[in-house]
Design a protein around this ligand. Structure first.
Ligand SMILES: [Zn+2]
Length: 67
């Protein structure tokens, strides 16, 4: 189970073990405000399903005008 970073509006940051299906909004253990889950760049489980609205990344072969 991955660890998620949370940050509340007050600026407190904490980590939680959570499933992806769990509620992404958690109360901050310090002040009680609703903290938001930060997207961790380390897990990489988002690969394959990019953010909507983003066109597929097609590599373009530009070999013209080289010489
Ligand atoms: Zn807080």
């Amino acid at each position: 189970m991955p660890t998620y970073d949370y940050r509340c509006p007050e600026g407190h940051q904490f980590e939680l073990f959570q499933k992806m299906s769990d509620d992404p909004s958690r109360p901050c253990p310090i002040c009680g405000e609703i903290a938001e889950r930060l997207m961790s760049a380390g897990t990489g489980f988002l690969k394959g399903g990019g953010p909507k609205g983003e066109p597929p990344h097609a590599p373009r072969d530009v070999s013209e005008g080289g010489r």
